[in-house]
Design a protein around this ligand. Structure first.
Ligand code: SF4
Length: 83
């Protein structure tokens, strides 16, 4: 499982940090940070999701009111939020 996080779009609602502790509040930037993620495009961050954190990543994606967090399964199919 893989997560793609659009940090550029993040509007600092910070629901995600309550769902997955790999999201941290960055008040200075007015954005959430996704730990261990690599910037793959301008403002787009990606990382693998460990098996034991899959539900947390999905919950974080569901919690984001602007769909800045997208979770994909190993085949590249979008799992959350539901497409
Ligand atoms: S829930 Fe979405 S908008 Fe809010 S901090 Fe997390 S990524 Fe940003």
């Amino acid at each position: 499982m893989r997560v793609e996080y659009n940090r550029m779009a993040c509007a600092a609602w910070f629901q995600c940090i309550q769902k997955w502790d790999e999201f941290d509040m960055n008040m200075g930037a007015g954005k959430a940070d996704l730990n261990g993620a690599e910037e793959t495009d301008d403002g787009i961050f990606e990382r693998e999701v460990p098996e034991d954190a899959e539900q947390k990543a999905i919950d974080a994606a569901h919690s984001c009111p602007i769909d800045a967090i997208i979770v994909y399964d190993d085949d590249g199919t979008q799992v959350a939020p539901e497409p």
